[in-house]
Design a binder for this molecule. Structure first.
Ligand SMILES: CC(C)(COP(=O)(O)OP(=O)(O)OC[C@H]1O[C@@H](n2cnc3c(N)ncnc32)[C@H](O)[C@@H]1OP(=O)(O)O)[C@@H](O)C(=O)NCCC(=O)NCCS
Length: 222
């Protein structure tokens, strides 16, 4: 783990690479690659636009291989600190949302995203200490999963929070994610509820959506 390199996120250098990873991991089964790309953009910017701290793991060529975005709730979101990046990120999020909305082939993705965000809003209302910092999003290049990058990202996020005087944070997730990772890190599961995904009538997604997922909240003392 000591040879894993982590640095702060850099928009120009890392953004495209991270979106590619997200598309590969979460939107590989979108009807077309372009819809997968728009989904990845929309999904990631939903979180990155509110993140106050973003760190990435990098390979020997300084290319991003994983990302963690978190919010302390007290600092200014990172992208807002730079007017150019702020405008670009907001515009991209808006454009991807509109494009997905009007693209007939993106119907299932749109329904899926809508239900996903709605469910997470419900889950957010059940957080025991909503004023605490939140780990918003974390993902590692699937080609190098299981090599300690996820653990290193969590450690880096916790170091940031500790240096700012926080002693607790939480994260929301669901059973379609690699929740075994959080169990392995011995995070405290404080909520486990059923989340309904009622788009079973869409044949394209029958294999993927079994009608419900577990919504989970983990809390960690640091
Ligand atoms: C979850 C994720 C970030 C973990 O990153 P990673 O680099 O593969 O994890 P690490 O190699 O640091 O694993 C740390 C420990 O957790 C274990 N672990 C990792 N993923 C696990 C899983 N799905 N189930 C059980 N244990 C897991 C590892 O075996 C390792 O254990 P060890 O210390 O005993 O060897 C990564 O798998 C990923 O990007 N998943 C897809 C996206 C996702 O689900 N993100 C999180 C939820 S939103």
């Amino acid at each position: 783990m000591s040879d894993i390199k982590i640095r702060n996120f850099h928009w120009g250098k890392d953004f495209k690479r991270i979106i590619k990873i997200v598309q590969e991991v979460w939107f590989f089964d979108a009807p077309t690659k372009r819809i997968g790309y728009l989904n990845a953009l929309n999904f990631m910017l939903h979180y990155l636009n509110i993140a106050t701290h973003i760190v990435v793991t990098v390979d020997e060529h300084d290319n991003a291989t994983g990302i963690l975005g978190l919010t302390t709730k007290q600092d200014q979101p990172l992208f807002r600190q730079n007017r150019f990046i702020c405008c670009k990120a907001r515009a991209l999020e808006f454009t991807s949302k509109v494009a997905l909305y009007f693209w007939p082939q993106a119907l299932v993705s749109r329904l899926f995203n809508g239900i996903f965000f709605e469910n997470y809003q419900k889950l957010r209302k059940m957080v025991p200490n909503p004023q605490d910092p939140e780990f918003l999003v974390m993902i590692v290049d699937p080609k190098i999963k299981g090599k300690g990058l996820g653990r290193a990202l969590v450690q880096a996020g916790e170091d940031i929070l500790k240096s700012k005087g926080f002693n607790q944070y939480y994260l929301l997730t669901d059973s379609s994610c690699d929740v075994g990772f959080y169990e392995r890190l011995k995070m405290d599961k404080v909520l486990d509820v059923s989340l309904c995904f009622d788009i079973k009538h869409e044949p394209a997604y029958d294999h993927y959506l079994v009608g419900f997922l577990r919504g989970l909240i983990y809390v960690r003392n640091i």
